[in-house]
Design a binder for this molecule. Structure first.
Ligand code: CP
Length: 307
């Protein structure tokens, strides 16, 4: 019998993942985490070339995909859009076909416009992994977030997760909501009205009006960055006002020590989060980053095995 496969031969959005897919990815991540600790080497992607194609800035996603691919013995290249022939008028699709002609089989793609990874997947025989597109999706972030909860609590089902902050501009929120619900968590949202979807019921997540009520209700506070680069002016009275009412404070956690804190990063400390929380025992922000490498190793291995 062949090894189990993911239901789709690419990764475009968290909403496509089944519970069986997620179990497979988590089991594979556990395997890599345990075996890497013992100093083992992996050759799952020997002979495969993976391109990092980032049109938006990134530290965590880009570096962890690069590290993950190298740990699996892949060759990696980094495409720099600002110094590429895109600047001479070459189209995105011609750029993809040019890179493809050099023998690249896997593409890790981040783009500011929603839908670019889907468009590229429809025009290549290679494998696209979405590393974040516009406000649409960031599936590997959702996977590493749920994996961090799974490793911390033993299961995701039944957990109460409150997502706090800039929800309307966040591809992380959309992907986390989809995946957490697939895995059976309860998800609520806490944000000022202008940072919530206009149709408040669109994601079927109850709204919690105040941070104090969110602390009372939640097992996990998943805090988001204010995405000022995607924000139209006038959406908030001021950053200070946002911080006063929706910034998560140290006192929220001393009141309920078992509460878990997560943030996808990068964090704007002093805006959405009190800096003192970075060393709080149940702050899992660095653990999320560490788990991101093993989740991405698992995905690259599962999606690259037949290349
Ligand atoms: N969480 C996240 O996507 O971080 P980067 O933008 O640094 O990749």
């Amino acid at each position: 019998m062949g090894e189990l496969k993911l239901s789709k031969p690419y990764l475009l959005q968290a909403a496509d993942l089944t519970t069986e897919d997620v179990k497979l990815i988590f089991d594979k991540s556990d395997y890599f985490l345990e075996h890497y600790k013992r100093g083992e080497k992996f050759d799952d992607l020997k002979g495969v070339t993976v391109a990092m194609v980032f049109f938006e800035p990134s530290t965590r996603t880009k570096l962890s995909f690069d590290i993950a691919a190298k740990r699996l013995s892949a060759d990696t290249i980094s495409f720099q859009s600002a110094t590429s022939s895109l600047t001479k008028g070459e189209s995105l699709i011609d750029t993809l076909h040019t890179i493809e002609a050099m023998g690249v089989q896997m593409y890790v793609v981040r783009h500011g416009k929603s839908g670019v990874p889907q468009f590229l997947q429809a025009n290549t025989s290679g494998v696209i992994l979405n590393a974040g597109d516009g406000k649409h999706a960031h599936p590997t972030q959702a996977l590493l977030d749920s994996y961090t909860l799974y490793r911390h609590f033993g299961a995701v089902k039944g957990l109460k997760v409150c997502i706090i902050g800039d929800i309307i501009h966040s591809r992380v929120a959309r992907s986390d909501i989809a995946l957490l619900k697939t895995l059976g968590a309860e998800v609520t949202l806490c944000a000022p009205g202008t940072l919530l979807p206009r149709n408040r019921n669109i994601w079927d997540c109850p709204i919690i009006e105040s941070l104090d009520d969110a602390v009372e209700w939640a097992d996990v506070m998943l805090v988001l960055r204010l995405q000022r680069e995607r924000m139209e002016s006038g959406i908030l009275p001021s950053i200070t006002e946002f911080s006063k009412y929706y910034g998560v404070k140290y006192e929220h956690f001393t009141r309920k020590p078992e509460l878990v804190l997560m943030h996808p990063g990068p964090v704007n400390f002093g805006v959405e989060l009190d800096y003192r929380l970075s060393t709080y025992p149940n702050c899992l922000i660095q653990t999320q980053v560490t788990h991101g490498v093993f989740i991405r190793m698992a995905l690259l291995s599962l999606l690259g095995r037949d290349l």
